[in-house]
Design a protein around this ligand. Structure first.
Ligand code: AHR
Length: 657
């Protein structure tokens, strides 16, 4: 290797990158031999309402159990009062304002004192100084009396942060709305309703909703922005096990999640009984974030929508209840109607519903998942029934099928040949395993059949602890292993067309599963090291794979190399993108050769993501492990580069076209 083939711009950078000894590794990128196309959907996200990802998370309603649907005990509310003698607070379901969510609250008082109702929110209500909220309620005074209703947002220590009054009740249900501004910040505020005066007051749909939302489309800005910043190629939604439900009665049914929010039928969340660190049977789905909002979010962040539908099977980890094959029609009809809802003209039944919700243009859905994480013959039969109808009526839609919960178990080996026989479009593989699995399986797809179905690595995460999910950490060791594995996904872009980490969000006070890509509390969110790995792949995707040959003394462990590389070409930018993961403890000095390039552009960049294996990000230190980009001058197609121990590096080198 000639000295002088590496030039770096700044002294500091030079110190970091110039190889101090003879390069041990050679890395040749065949820049003139572009291979497989990398699908624009290659790197995406998977949203499931687990860990308070939706209610209490991305869907920023602050009031828990706003429509009193979970009455026994009354979830989220504390009832109290001062003075007076007789007051009764009951939950009723006789003459509600809507038909799907029948419960409402009746307060009857002799007027001698004050009734107070306090809502705790989701682990407290996050309010920020200066933030505006809409307080709203449906109310009536059924007996024509004139009780008074005041409301206040109070801090955890009881100081009033905002408030107002609502007047003018009539015997008919009426919607009342006030805008308020918080005068201080508190992550654990609550909402109090204070009723005075004699008579009866009925309340329903008590809401405290922030005015500021992502693109004014109703979602929490910081969390949605975290998703947008990933530049995801697709978004898979709404799950996950919640698609399936414990039983078919609490499966996810998309039709009950659209239209007026008040009419969306609430259910208990499939994850309700899986709290790992706090007993709290209070996890429900309001569907305020429903299918329309999912499609809208996909559009807002530039991701292809990938809805997943129940295929007539409840969660096989739970009841495994089956819809008999000869009764599947309504499930298949749901799929046909969903395609019409997403793509149909405004003159069609379901297209008209989309238009009525404010989106006359189609959402242009191209992908649809049949079942979540299902397995064995019962799944294959149901998938086949769906595919027969959908392929005949909508050949333009690519169907995603399931290979089960593991990447190589009996269920997996049962599914693949059957799905191949059925000419499945895309098969969804899942894997939660120790970091070693990911490091050792970076070549997994090198051996896949090039002519069969494509692969969607739909759920994966390295787990720091083998058995106890409570201990799973989002540390750099896990993220680095995922990065190594992802080089293998990209290198095999002719087979793997989609991939997404799982799960996406975790609320620090109320999770059922970990690790998660993004952690949040009532006001803040931060990306894990795993998030930044995903982001580096996604934002440096490229369009065509370039072959890479690795040679020399690669670092190894237990006979497995611990040095991984993949390269791609970004046609638009006219750049070669090289991603290298050095999962070993030693720096690797490499001699790089951009074969077929005569003159690289000088203005290359190097982005480094590194840390100690145990490093994690946190609210206090959200960027402890985060990428840092520096300029790099590359003046010749051969140059040296030193890859740091335990690092992921992305080099972008402009090349003449
Ligand atoms: O991502 C968490 C869960 O893992 C998903 O809900 C399910 O599909 C898988 O078992």
């Amino acid at each position: 290797m000639k000295l002088g083939t590496l030039l770096s711009l700044g002294a500091a950078l030079a110190a970091a990158t110039v190889a101090s000894a003879q390069p041990a590794v050679t890395l040749t990128i065949q820049a003139d031999q572009p291979g497989a196309k990398i699908s624009p959907t290659m790197w995406g996200i998977f949203f499931e309402d687990v860990n308070y990802g939706a209610d209490g998370g991305l869907y920023p309603e602050r009031v828990k159990n706003r429509s009193f649907e979970f009455p026994d005990p009354l979830m989220g509310w504390r009832i109290g009062g001062t003075g007076g003698t007789a007051r009764i607070v009951t939950v009723r379901d006789d003459t509600p304002p809507g038909s799907n969510n029948r419960h409402y609250l009746r307060i009857t008082s002799d007027g001698g004192g004050r009734v107070s109702l306090s809502n705790e929110g989701f682990f407290g209500m996050g309010v920020e100084r200066g933030a505006k909220f809409t307080f709203s309620v449906q109310a009536r005074s059924a007996d024509g009396t004139r009780p008074e209703l005041a409301f206040e947002v109070v801090s955890a220590d009881g100081k009033q942060l905002a408030g107002g009054t609502v007047k003018g009740f009539s015997p008919e249900w009426k919607h009342f709305e006030k805008t308020i501004t918080a005068n201080a910040t508190d992550p654990e505020a609550r909402l109090n309703l204070l009723v005075t005066g004699k008579g009866t007051l009925d309340l329903d749909l008590v809401s405290l909703y922030p005015k500021k939302t992502f693109k004014n489309h109703g979602l929490r800005p910081d969390m949605a922005q975290m998703l947008a910043d990933l530049k995801p190629g697709f978004m898979r939604f709404p799950g996950g096990c919640i698609v399936e439900g414990h039983w078919l009665t609490n499966r996810y049914q998309w039709k009950t999640t659209i239209g007026p929010v008040a009419e969306r039928k609430l259910i208990m969340n499939r994850w309700n009984d899986e709290f790992k660190h706090r007993p709290s049977p209070d996890y429900f789905q309001s569907f305020g974030l429903g299918f329309f909002e999912f499609f809208q979010l996909c559009e807002d962040i530039g991701a292809e929508p990938l809805p997943i539908l129940n295929c007539g099977m409840a969660c096989q980890f739970n009841s495994g209840e089956l819809c008999p094959l000869d009764q599947l029609d309504p499930y298949i009809q749901d799929a046909l109607d969903l395609i019409e809802f997403a793509n149909g003209p405004t003159t069609s039944t379901w297209g008209a519903k989309r238009a009525a919700m404010g989106h006359p243009r189609p959402f242009n859905m191209k992908l649809l998942g049949i079942g979540n994480e299902q397995w064995l013959q019962q799944y294959i039969e149901r998938y086949a029934a769906f595919a027969k109808v959908l392929k005949a009526k909508h050949p333009e839609i690519k169907l995603v099928s399931s290979a089960g919960p593991g990447p190589g178990d009996d269920k997996f080996h049962f599914a693949w040949p059957k799905l191949r026989e059925l000419h499945a479009d895309i098969v969804d593989e899942h894997c939660y395993a120790r970091p070693d699995w990911f490091l050792n399986n970076a070549t997994r797809y090198d051996r896949y059949d090039r002519n069969g179905p494509k692969v969607f690595m739909g759920e994966y995460a390295a787990q720091s602890d083998k058995t106890v999910s409570v201990l799973n950490r989002n540390n750099w060791e896990c993220a680095l292993a995922e990065a190594a594995y992802m080089t293998g996904l990209e290198r095999n872009a002719d087979v793997v067309v989609m991939a997404s980490y799982a799960p996406l969000f975790g609320q620090v006070e109320g999770w059922q599963w970990r690790p998660n890509l993004i952690w949040c509390d009532s006001l803040r969110s931060y990306g894990t090291p795993n998030y930044y790995v995903q982001q580096l792949f996604s934002r440096n995707r490229g369009d065509r794979v370039l072959p890479v040959q690795l040679g020399g003394a690669l670092p190894t462990e237990q006979e497995h190399p611990r040095f991984y590389a993949t390269a791609a070409r970004d046609e638009n930018a006219g750049e070669i993108i090289l991603k290298v993961v050095n999962a070993s403890a030693r720096p690797v000095e490499a001699s790089l050769n951009l074969s077929g390039v005569t003159k690289p552009g000088r203005k290359a960049t190097a982005t480094l993501l590194t840390g100690a294996l145990a490093d994690e990000n946190s609210f206090e230190s959200p960027k402890k492990v985060a990428p840092v980009t520096t300029p790099l001058s590359v003046t010749a197609p051969q140059f040296d580069y030193a890859f740091k121990p335990y690092s992921m590096t992305v080099l972008r080198v402009p090349v003449a076209r």
